[in-house]
Design a protein around this ligand. Structure first.
Ligand code: PLP
Length: 365
């Protein structure tokens, strides 16, 4: 069986260095906000070609902290993509802000910039873009619109470490960008971890307080903050892995490129191939009207797949007040998508087998 993602194999090349780095932290006596976090924040800010990085406990908190720092009044509206993981939207609910769902483009499955303007009201304060599957959104158009209406642009880059848009790294484009280092991500820790990256010095400073109870000087609290700090062991792991992120993304691009040129199946829609070298290929998401049969066929032939995601946010019990929204593109995408295995440790033989097997799928519909 080719597993969808084997984390043990993904981390194997770095295991010795990670074990040594983790043991050094364990023996150091300094476990939270020490020099491993400092080192990671500096190198990840530099990697993203952005000014500042603040480590957090996870990606959900990173988004929450950005929104908290902007201090939008309660009931302010924030434009969000209707096709995304629920973590893009939950922080709005924590802070009494209203999500305004916008349909994706059919081809990229990412926030459709052409549909944003119609949703802007006097209450709108921000747009959140989500770089789903490792691809940056149409940021030029979105920034132009946002600047015209004086809106903040926040990017959820939990899936797009190392991706670029017109040559600019995710993290250097929006007013603030949230990253997750959940173990399955392109840059994954050995537990939960996240970060905020921003070119805005003042915002970075405020978030630095907010992630630590609103405090920088011990027992002096400037703001009502959260406890969302990146811990030293996770930072040590990330320090070992960050130098290899570009090489791993390059391998992902090679595999994506082969899938895009060699997979050919009736009724199967491949992801867009116009930015192979810019996308981070966190996931390789194809669409098929008979997804269930394709998943079963691949499983029977030893290939595990996954679905990102089976049910849109507005159809989740947690957001039942939005269940009557009409979002046909979002609905269709959630019925048809499936993700093929794509990660830096797949061998050429496995890639070839996946291509041959997908191409053997005989759609009976
Ligand atoms: C698009 C997206 N946003 C946000 C998150 C939240 O990150 P975390 O799990 O680190 O809180 C994730 C990953 O889980 C994600 O895929």
């Amino acid at each position: 069986m080719i597993p969808f993602l084997d984390l043990k194999r993904v981390n194997a090349p770095y295991m010795q260095a990670i074990e040594e780095a983790a043991i050094r932290v364990l023996r150091s006596g300094r476990y939270v906000l020490g020099n491993k976090v400092d080192e990671f924040e500096k190198s990840f800010a530099a990697y993203c070609e952005a000014g500042y990085c603040i480590g957090t406990a996870n990606g959900l908190d990173a988004l929450t902290l950005i929104l908290k720092a902007f201090e939008f009044p309660e009931k302010s509206e924030v434009i969000v993509p209707a096709n995304t993981y629920i973590a893009t939207v939950l922080p709005l609910s924590f802070l009494g802000l209203t999500p305004v769902f916008v349909e994706p483009e059919e081809v990229t499955m990412l926030l459709n910039p052409e549909l944003i303007a119609d949703k802007i009201t006097p209450l709108t304060k921000a747009v959140i873009t989500a770089d789903l599957y490792g691809r940056s959104c149409e940021m030029a158009r979105i920034l132009e619109l946002a600047n015209g209406y004086n809106l903040k642009v926040i990017t959820d880059a939990a899936q797009s470490h190392g991706a670029t848009y017109h040559g600019k790294k995710t993290g250097s484009i929006a007013h603030a960008t949230a990253f997750s280092f959940y173990p399955t991500k392109n840059l994954g820790a050995f537990g939960d971890a996240g970060a905020i990256v921003t070119p805005d010095k003042e915002l970075a400073e405020k978030i630095r307080y907010l992630r630590n109870y609103g405090s920088i000087i011990r027992y002096q609290n400037q703001f009502q903050g959260m406890n969302s700090r990146l811990d030293e062991i996770q930072a040590a792991v990330l320090n070992v892995k960050l130098p290899y992120l570009d090489k791993e993304n390059e391998r992902r691009r090679q595999i994506a490129s082969r899938y895009l040129t060699e997979i050919q199946v009736k009724n199967l829609i491949l992801p867009p191939a116009d930015r192979i070298q810019e996308d981070a290929w966190h996931l390789f998401v194809v669409r098929h009207p008979n997804r269930t049969a394709l998943i079963a066929f691949l499983e029977a032939n030893g290939i595990q797949t996954d679905v990102h995601y089976p049910l849109p946010i507005h159809k989740q019990e947690a957001y039942k007040e939005y269940r009557n929204l009409k979002l046909p593109v979002t609905k269709k995408i959630h019925q048809e998508v499936l993700s093929l295995p794509l990660n830096a440790v797949l061998s050429d033989a496995e890639v070839a087998y996946i291509i041959q097997t997908v191409n053997r799928f005989d759609d009976q519909t």
